[in-house]
Design a protein around this ligand. Structure first.
Ligand code: BGC
Length: 769
């Protein structure tokens, strides 16, 4: 019988393999129009599968090296045996054509020869590193973001991979949360736009294209709302907050056809996301009609025991499957218990079949059934990774992600013929920090350092005095070590280099002070209560300031930082995040005026960590302001506003906004209004400006934020040029998840704001009938 089935299967594969040539050019979308030919193939394979093989498809193993979570106890050999028996659906952390081919060859020895999918955390590049996702989001440049994801996909596909665990689309409002560096910031609209751009980049128009890979919208849901910014912590968002603030980027991702979702470690209001039926079955697979598959986060099924939600691993498997988690990453819960749970009727075969179909569907869409070794091409691996073209885009992404926060007396840009520069700080000649956290195959110490970037730019007559001044970290991690196993150690005592740095600053015309955060100060498990300058960096800043006030702070950061003191004393501030492989060149392009900075903050920078979580799209409260006494919503020892607000960023030129107009002031529910504004470049150089549209729904069935971003356009203006920018206001812009528990527009008055950052006051009032 077994043998007969195999022959029939081979026949089906042959026939369907042929027909797939005809359909391969069709687009893969998630929507109702599923590819019928693929569905037939999926069904035909499912019919041949034993229950063990079905459960096997729902299992994902990590290779055991390059661990990204607590080390597993399973031996590598055991895993390889299971692959050979067809009991594994996917592996993560197996990278390179050689490794992928070896694992796939094992899978091809299995009875049904169902190919493995190879997953990896390609978060901001595979080997050509781009700015960290939060940094790149500061570009507000969707085409650039799409392009960088497309390059990451091309390099990944060339290394044998088919699937990345990105983009992270968690709206994140708390600078203490280390993972804020992985997403698109604090706004749901911006996060959705950026998430979709990344998905389009990774997946292209066709998953079967050998240069594209499947994307994964994560972490579903609420992970970015971890209480107190502490990683993995509980989330207490209510239903309306969930729908209006947390879910929009996920909804957009599902609509854009993202191939997979990953659920999250946190609980929401007492229900772990991994076991959350409403989220996964009702909303994602039901209301949104999405037909990709959900992978658990690393070990998150098993972790429902620690949450106090499952009594043992078997119970956890039951909860997870019933709630709609299709693939078990590294909990070993599905493989151990699903079969038994099925015989006990605690889970249904329908749910198992549905999960397996979703997984097989993606394997067909990727073309892996046609050719399991499709992504195993040594030539491509040699030629498509870390190319000059990719590095050129990385440089462009670097400079476009930089945000100019302060430029007193036009300290920037600096002339290339400046007599002398003191380049000071632990990041001044650091080639590793810019590679950032989640660096995939990014090579240790491979970025262009700031010192190198500056040297590439200035003339022979410029003297450069480089002094590190201090070390920020006492090294504990060797290159290649699993960074999760090493807490960071900050240097708090060794100040021996400070005097040399002071001497350098004293003799230089201008100081570039490169301080901030190292790569591993943000990222998973890297939450901090302190978001100022760690270690001896403040001392270094004050010492330099005593001898030279002409300082440009070149900030390295994964998260928004408290830079209040520096802002008081330093005339120039550039936010340079962790910018990737071409960091130093990108920064030098901006510093010396070859590129006019246009980045805008995707997150608020606080005055003090005590303001966190801080976000512009807050509610007004019943007591927004009272000039007469203290009983209003504020702090007695600090302002409530951000030091630098969401959407803020300067340019070397100036922009003015005039003539804000609406074509009418009243509209019916299904009608639209056009709002327009004239934006002029009033300075002496050309530049780009991100024109932003915000709305405020004045009275609603659920209290609405004081402002919500609803559109933006990045425009280029020559010196003296004026352009009219317009936005269409319609149902999509005005609707929200109302007290009726649906997305709709509520009639009433709205304010429409337009400007260059979230504090703009320029507005028009409209009425919707
Ligand atoms: C992270 C995920 C990541 C996974 C696999 C987890 O610890 O939360 O974002 O994709 O590991 O590496």
């Amino acid at each position: 019988m077994q043998k007969l089935k195999f022959t029939i299967y081979s026949l089906i594969v042959l026939i369907l393999g042929f027909s797939s040539c005809i359909i391969s050019s069709e687009k893969n979308t998630n929507s109702a129009n599923l590819d019928k030919a693929i569905e037939k193939k999926v069904d035909s394979v499912l019919e041949l599968m034993t229950i063990d093989e079905k459960v096997g498809q729902m299992v994902q193993y990590s290779a055991g090296w390059d661990l990204t979570g607590p080390a597993s106890s399973k031996s590598a050999q055991d895993k390889l045996d299971k692959i050979e028996k067809g009991l594994v659906g996917s592996v993560l952390n197996v990278v390179s054509v050689k490794e992928v081919r070896a694992a796939q060859e094992l899978a091809m020895k299995s009875r049904l020869k169902i190919p493995l999918i190879f997953a990896y955390d390609v978060i901001h590049g595979l080997k050509t590193m781009f700015p960290t996702p939060l940094g790149e989001s500061a570009s507000w440049d969707l085409e650039l973001i799409r392009q960088s994801a497309a390059i990451a996909a091309k390099e990944s596909a060339a290394a044998g991979l088919n699937w990345t665990f990105a983009p992270m689309v968690d709206v994140s409002r708390d600078a203490r949360w280390g993972r804020i560096m992985e997403g698109g910031g604090e706004d749901p609209y911006l996060s959705a736009e950026i998430g979709v751009a990344r998905i389009k980049g990774f997946q292209g128009d066709d998953l079967a294209d050998a240069n594209t890979i499947a994307a994964c919208a994560k972490h579903f849901a609420g992970y970015g709302f971890a209480e107190a910014g502490r990683d993995y912590n509980t989330v207490t968002a209510g239903e309306f907050e969930l729908h209006n603030m947390i879910l929009p980027p996920f909804r957009a991702a599902a609509k854009a056809g993202v191939a997979t979702f990953m659920n999250s470690f946190n609980d929401i209001d007492g229900i772990p996301a991994t076991g959350h039926k409403v989220l996964q079955r009702d909303i994602l697979k039901g209301d949104w009609n999405w037909n990709g598959f959900v992978v658990s986060d690393w070990g998150s099924i098993g972790e429902m025991r620690a949450h106090g939600y499952a009594k043992d691993k078997k119970h956890a498997a039951e909860i997870a499957l019933n709630a709609g988690s299709d693939m078990d990453m590294e909990s070993y819960a599905y493989e151990a218990s699903l079969k038994e749970l099925l015989s006990e009727k605690k889970v249904s075969e329908a749910h198992i079949n549905d999960a397996v179909k979703r997984i097989l569907r993606l394997k067909f869409q990727l073309g892996l059934f046609d050719n399991p070794f499709k992504y195993c091409d040594e030539e491509k691996e040699k030629n498509n990774i870390y190319t000059k073209e990719h590095l050129a885009v990385s440089r462009d992404a670097a400079r476009k992600s930089i945000v100019l926060l302060k430029n007193e007396n036009s300290i920037l840009p600096v002339s290339k013929n400046v007599k002398s520069i003191a380049l000071i700080g632990p990041f001044a000649d650091n080639k590793d920090m810019p590679i950032g956290n989640w660096r995939a195959k990014g090579v240790y110490n491979s970025a262009v350092s700031l010192l190198e970037g500056v040297k590439n730019k200035v003339g022979k007559n410029t003297k450069i005095y480089y002094e590190k001044g201090i070390d920020l970290l006492i090294p504990t991690v060797k290159p290649g070590d699993n960074q999760f196993l090493h807490p960071l150690k900050i240097n708090k005592n060794n100040r021996t280099g400070i005097s040399k740095a002071v001497a350098a600053a004293r003799k230089a015309e201008i100081v570039f002070l490169a301080i901030g955060e190292d790569a591993y100060q943000s990222g998973e498990g890297r939450s901090q209560v302190n978001i100022g300058f760690a270690g001896l960096q403040n001392e270094l800043l004050e010492a330099i300031y005593k001898v030279n006030k002409n300082i440009v702070l070149i900030l390295s950061n994964g998260r928004p930082m408290d830079i209040s003191r520096a802002n008081e004393i330093v005339p120039g501030i550039l936010v340079t995040w962790q910018l990737g492989s071409e960091s130093g060149n990108g920064i030098a392009d901006v510093v010396f005026g070859d590129y006019n900075p246009a980045g805008k903050l995707p997150v608020s920078f606080p005055r003090n960590v005590g303001q966190e979580p801080l976000y512009y799209n807050q509610k007004n409260t019943g007591r927004p302001y009272n000039p007469k006494n203290v009983t209003y919503s504020s702090y007695t020892d600090e302002k409530k506003s951000a030091l630098f607000p969401f959407g803020f960023g300067l340019s070397y030129t100036n922009f003015s906004y005039d003539n804000l107009k609406v074509n009418k002031e009243k509209m019916e529910l299904n009608d639209e209004i056009i709002i327009s504004v004239e934006v002029s470049n009033t300075g002496k150089v050309s530049g780009e400006e991100v024109v932003q549209l915000y709305i405020r729904d004045l009275v609603a069935s659920i209290v609405r934020p004081v402002k919500e971003l609803k559109g933006f356009q990045k425009i280029y203006l020559n010196a003296g040029e004026t352009k009219t920018v317009s936005f269409t206001i319609n149902k999509d812009v005005l609707e929200f998840y109302t007290a009726n528990r649906k997305w709709e527009v509520e009639p009433g008055e709205f304010l429409l704001f337009v400007g260059g950052n979230s504090t703009t006051k320029m507005n028009k009032k409209i009425t919707v009938n």
